[in-house]
Design a protein around this ligand. Sequence first.
Ligand code: R5P
Length: 281
Amino acid sequence: MNILAGQASQLLAGRVSRELESNLLVSEFKRFPDGELYTRILDDFDDSGEVTIIQSTVNDSDFVMLLQLIDACRDASRINVVIPYMGYARQDKAFKSGEPVSARAMAGAIKADNVYTVNIHEESILDYFDAKAVNLDATPLVGSYIRNMEFRNPLIVAPDKSAISFARSASENLGIDYDFLEKTRLSGESVTIKPKNIDVKGRDVIIIDDLISTGGTMAEAISLLREQGAHEVFVACIHPVLSNNAVLKLFKAGVKGIIATDTIDKGVGVVSVAPVIASVL
Ligand code: R5P
């Protein structure tokens, strides 16, 4: 098995390759003076002829590079594509008239024998790939990491209703209670946001979501929970997109720690999803 890393996923590809003891291919990545991307695989494929390309598509350039790498592997006997974090997945439908279904546009361009994603934002996107597409769940790995931490009377909290299933799965895995933040309108001008059922006073809280992007959702939740007497507040996610000043917002809000995976190569990736990817290859 050959493992080919896109520029965005070098660390994770290296870890997967180490798990599988496979042939890690080195490529060169550069830009032409006009800004176009150039990539070239420098190493030889092993005799298997099978290649697994690993590339998260955090931004447009990552996506273009993935298409280039797939084309560069055109002579391989089998091409697997792993997209640990798939960008554009939040535009999984046309919310307003005139909008594209961006996730469908991206998926339709990826030609491979097998596609693997990790905790994709919406599983229905898998149907947009021509290839057989499988979504892998890294929640148990994050759960194991959390299990080994020390907390005071911990509580898992989903920052909104859309993250409840995610929080529930982590809660079941860990045997820790969970709740979600609910907005209640008190009057035309005033709303309260607090955990629906459980008092957080004196408890450590782990807020869990599939991804943190601008950090706005998490920062608001951290501030609220601290105001309501939570002891320490941690945030956990699969995909640390952490765009712009998100990390600063989290610290300003009083976060105690950030727990994330290496689907996106950021300093906060304390949990590797390499085992879950290696297990399907
Ligand atoms: C929403 O659907 C996601 O699960 C996250 O809650 C959201 O994308 C987080 O975005 P931000 O960090 O920009 O608030």
